[in-house]
Design a protein around this ligand. Structure first.
Ligand code: ZN
Length: 162
């Protein structure tokens, strides 16, 4: 179990080096949708700094209704025009069925299990492309991050006019 006091102590140390970024609009005009997997250091993987990008995370890095909600605000209110959906190998959502995940959790909800990584990321990119209110997002990429090598493979890349 994590001791919350350890987190508070770490925060005290952090404030000494903290740099305030006044502008909430991502300087790289970028939003990244990725998995909550604890092994993915999104900023390091993509060479990003605080202030550069929106990072939207959930189980699997799947494009859910809440991701669409976040992207609507990201693009319309905060100026992003590029989105990268980054799913990854050895994801907890792959190699399992919806039924297994429902039995594990006791939750009768859709978990968006991943049967095929490139098909899943392709479907999620299509969902963004096919959502009319996300028209400010003109560059959309779907990539697979290899959790073992740290390398990214592009599965799909879409470019469109506004
Ligand atoms: Zn994952």
């Amino acid at each position: 179990m994590t001791d919350i006091d350890d987190l508070l102590e770490a925060n005290q140390a952090y404030t000494a080096d903290h740099h305030y970024v006044a502008d909430a609009r991502p300087t790289r005009h970028l939003a990244v949708v990725t998995c909550m997997d604890a092994r993915i250091d999104v900023f390091a993987v993509l060479g990003l700094q605080a202030g550069d990008a929106h990072v939207i995370r959930n189980a699997g890095g799947r494009v859910t209704a809440d991701v669409l909600r976040s992207l609507a605000l990201s693009s319309h209110a905060l100026g992003t025009d590029t989105v990268v959906v980054m799913q990854h190998t050895k994801c907890g959502l792959s190699g399992v069925t919806e039924e297994q995940l429902q039995a594990l959790t006791g939750a009768g909800i859709e978990f968006l299990a991943i049967d095929n990584h490139s098909a899943a990321v392709q479907a999620d990119v299509d969902l963004i492309v096919d959502t009319p209110y996300l028209s400010p997002l003109t560059t959309i990429a779907g990539v697979i991050y290899d959790i073992e090598t740290g390398q990214i493979e592009v599965a799909v890349r879409r470019q469109r006019g506004r």
